[in-house]
Design a protein around this ligand. Structure first.
Ligand code: PLP
Length: 433
């Protein structure tokens, strides 16, 4: 698609979403965006998972406006503040305690990759080992430490990395025909001559978002937990994209019943699209010396205010989780219907909660055509996976039923158009003779 925004002459070539979606956004509300031409789009990308509660959620907005109106602290470095204290108290009371999770909170620089850096450093410091195990197709961010544990070839050029002491193991169901890839990790750690030394930690996503909506089974996650226990290795769960309700529960690992040693949150923890990132660590791992991992923007008080309000609104009972589950069923049913309507695409549908993906086994390259056609239908939706072969459905969790239906209708029309062009003959539209 052409890039027709004159401001781009002054903006670096590194920009990406503005190429995939060449519009200029003026306004946003819930799951809708409006351009400077007043055209309306439905958003199934949700700030890559940073807008789980939608754009400009009015309930959250009011708390932010109240804070600003009262001249509440905005950037506080890591100084104590009323907003921060309220966040810590609310997160502890309504997120950690009900799940019997005992973690301390470390606030990092504003983005997810900062939390990844902090976790890798802390694991290495505590275990006094430098090795890290990551998994195929894992995505953990763009700073150099996080990049070293990221699989994606496009982002990962050798010149950036040096000796990072990271080994990659096969994620769950990475190898066709291998029932349980965790046995390989165990074998590598058992064998002193495997070439993979005892690491400080393993880092993983329970559902790989950027990697293509690859879902690890609970049994596999439990095996990895057990291996970590058996070999005295820390388990870091990167819940930056899949946390804050994306998979239906607050943390994505709840279904598996595991307790990671370290959990990473960012993206939607700031609730309003406001940057915040958080490392949750078992108290006995807190071996940091003061200021040893610091940064200027660790105290985004507007994010604390929005996050506190979001927890109070959405996470004090199970209603929100129930609503996510219902919407998840709706999207999954839709995708499965697409799979049966277009058998020639050999579609595979996968995901959990409102992180769902569809991949054509027969025509993997078609996902980008879907994305472009969805955009023509005025639906913002992204692809994921090693070769962008998965169309990734990631709407705001708060999306209304009517917005969800409108978005799915657009996706359906886009798929019909693309697949009709492949078939070279008309596709029967559902409900029409
Ligand atoms: N970890 C995961 C699982 C992510 O999906 C991302 C971003 O997409 C990151 C880390 C990096 O977060 P950020 O882009 O905020 O640095």
């Amino acid at each position: 698609m052409t890039d027709n925004n004159p401001s781009h002459e002054l903006e670096s070539e590194v920009r990406s979403y503005s190429r995939a979606f060449p519009i200029v956004v003026k306004r946003a509300q819930g799951a809708r965006l409006w351009t400077d031409q007043d055209e309306e789009y439905i958003d199934f990308l949700a700030g890559a998972g940073s807008l789980n509660y939608g754009h400009n959620n009015p309930l959250l907005k009011q708390s932010i406006l109240d804070h600003l109106q009262a001249d509440g602290l905005v950037n506080g470095l890591d100084m104590a503040s009323v907003a921060k204290n309220e966040f810590i108290d609310t997160f502890s009371r309504h997120i950690l305690e009900p799940r019997q999770l005992d973690y301390k909170m470390q606030f990092c620089g504003p983005t997810g990759t900062n939390a990844v850096e902090a976790a890798l450093k802390l694991a290495r410091k505590v275990k006094q080992r430098s090795g890290i195990i990551s998994f195929t197709n894992g995505f953990h961010g763009m700073t150099l430490g996080a990049l070293a544990v990221t699989g994606n070839e496009y982002h990962k050029e050798d010149i950036y990395s040096g000796n990072t002491n990271v080994a990659f193991m096969p994620y769950d169901r990475y190898v066709d025909g291998v029932e349980d890839s965790s046995v390989l990790l165990r074998k590598y750690l058992e064998d002193a001559s495997s070439g993979v030394g005892l690491p400080a930690a393993v880092i993983l996503e329970t559902v790989q978002g950027e990697g293509g909506i690859n879902v690890a089974r609970s049994a596999w996650l439990r095996s990895i937990r057990k291996i970590c226990d058996d070999f005295d290795v820390l388990m870091i769960v990167d819940d930056i994209q899949m946390g804050c309700g994306r998979t239906g529960t607050f943390f994505s690992f709840e279904e598996a019943g595991i307790r990671p040693d370290i959990v990473l949150l960012s993206k939607s923890i700031g609730a309003y699209g406001l940057p915040m990132s958080l490392v949750l660590l078992r108290p006995e791992l807190d071996e940091w010396d003061p200021g040893q991992h610091n940064g200027t923007f660790r105290g985004n008080n507007l994010a604390f205010v929005a996050a506190t309000r979001a927890i109070n609104l959405y996470w004090r009972d199970t209603n929100f989780s129930g609503a996510i589950r219902k919407k998840s069923h709706r999207v999954r049913d839709f995708l499965q219907r697409m799979a049966s309507r277009f058998p020639e695409a050999a579609f595979e549908v996968r995901g959990r909660g409102l992180a769902l993906g569809i991949e054509s086994r027969a025509m993997p390259e078609i996902a980008n055509e879907f994305r472009e056609q969805c955009f023509r239908e005025k639906l913002i939706i992204e692809t994921a996976g090693a070769s962008d072969q998965v169309l990734k459905f990631l709407p705001p969790l708060t999306i209304s039923e009517s917005e969800l239906e409108a978005g799915l209708r657009k996706a359906e029309r886009a798929m019909e158009t693309v697949l009709r062009s492949k078939r070279g003959n008309p596709v029967r539209i559902a409900g029409q003779a």
